[in-house]
Ligand binder design. Sequence first.
Ligand code: ISJ
Length: 378
Amino acid sequence: MTFTTFFERLQDQFANNLPFAAYRNPGATAIKSFLQNDNTLYKTTDFTESGFVFAPFNLEDPSVLIPVDASEIMECDSLDFKVKKSTNSTSEATQIIKESSAKQDHIELVEKGVEAILDDAFEKVVLSRKEAVTISEAQQIEVFKKLLSAYPTAYVYIWFHPQIGLWLGATPETLLHVENKQVKTMALAGTQVYKDTTDVIWQEKELHEQQIVTDFIVSGLKNHLESITVSDVETTKAGSLLHLKTHISGRINSEESGLKNIIKTLHPTPAVCGMPKEIAKSFIIENELYKRTYYSGFLGELNLKKSVSRNSNRRNVENNAYASIKTVSNLFVNLRCMEIQNNEAFIYIGGGITDGSNPTKEWEETVAKSQTMKKVLQ
Ligand SMILES: C=C(O[C@@H]1C=C(C(=O)O)C=C[C@H]1O)C(=O)O
C-alpha cells in the first residue's frame, strides 16, 4: 500500500470515530496499523489474546485490545515521505505563566519524594507531570508523520479509541519482546542532554538509578526464564537525550511462566515506577498531581502469529513446507508521549528520584524530555 493511501485510510478511520493503532518498530521502515471494524471497547483479561494492546500504568485499570479478529491490518513503507514545516501557534506568554506554577509544583513533589527516600520509605520513585500545549486541531494525524520523520530509532505510534482518546509517542524503551519462548527486555534509566557525543561521563546518581532497574528486572525474570544474559551497560541516544541501557534476555522455562506472569512481574519497572514497586506505586498514585492513565503503561503487538520461512533459497512452493509459525509480542513502555484532546496536547514527562536527586535538576530533566514531543508540535 502507498504511504498516501495508508494515511488516507487512517484519516477516514479517525473521521468515522473508529479505533485504530499505527506504529513503526525501532529502526524499521514499515509502518503497520490495526483498523478496528467496530467501536467496541475490547479488553485483555490475561494477555493471551491476539491483537494490539494499550495498557495503563496501573494494571488494576483495564488494558484495551484491538483484536486481530476484529481488525483490518495495513502496512506501508515510511522511506519516501517528507514532512512540511509549520509555524508554532503557542503564545509564549501563556507558556511562561503555566510554567512558573508547574515548576514550583514539580519541585515540591520531588522534595516530598526525596524526603520519603531519606525516611527509608523506598529506594527510588519516578515522579512525573502533565503539561498542556495548544495546537491546531488539523494537526492530529500530521503529528504522527512528524514523529516518524524525527525519531527513526524510536518506537513511534498513534493510537485512538473513541471512548479513551488519541495518544501519540516516540518511546525509546522496550518492555518485552517475545518470540515463542525467547524473551528480550532492557533496563533504561539515567538521563543527560545529548551534546554532539555519546562518549560521556555518568554520575553516581544516574548509574545507581539505572542499576536498580537492571537488578529488579534480572531478579524478577529469574523465576520465569532460564539462560539469562545481561549485557554491559551502554549509553544510548533517544532524540536529543542520552540514557543508560542494559540488554537482558533469556528463555521461558515453563508453561506457567506465560506472558501474563512476566508482565505482572515486570510492569511497572523501576524505570517508570520505583523500588520497591508496590510502595513506590502507591506513593505515585497518592502524590502526583494528576492521574497517569496510559502514560508509563505499555503498548504494542500482542501474541501475533507470524510465519517464518526456514530456508530463503527454496522456491515458493517448497517454502510453504518449510515455513513455521511463531508467536510474537512486541511491547513498549509508553514514554515521550502525549494525549491530544481537540486543540490541546497533553505531554507526559517524568524522571527517576533517588536520595541523590536535586529537585531543580529533576525539573530541568522533565523540561528536556518534554522537547521530544514539543519539537513535533511546532
Ligand atoms: C519517566 C520517563 O523516562 C524514564 C526515566 C528516565 C530517568 O529517570 O532518567 C530515563 C528513561 C526512562 O526510563 C519519561 O520519559 O517520562
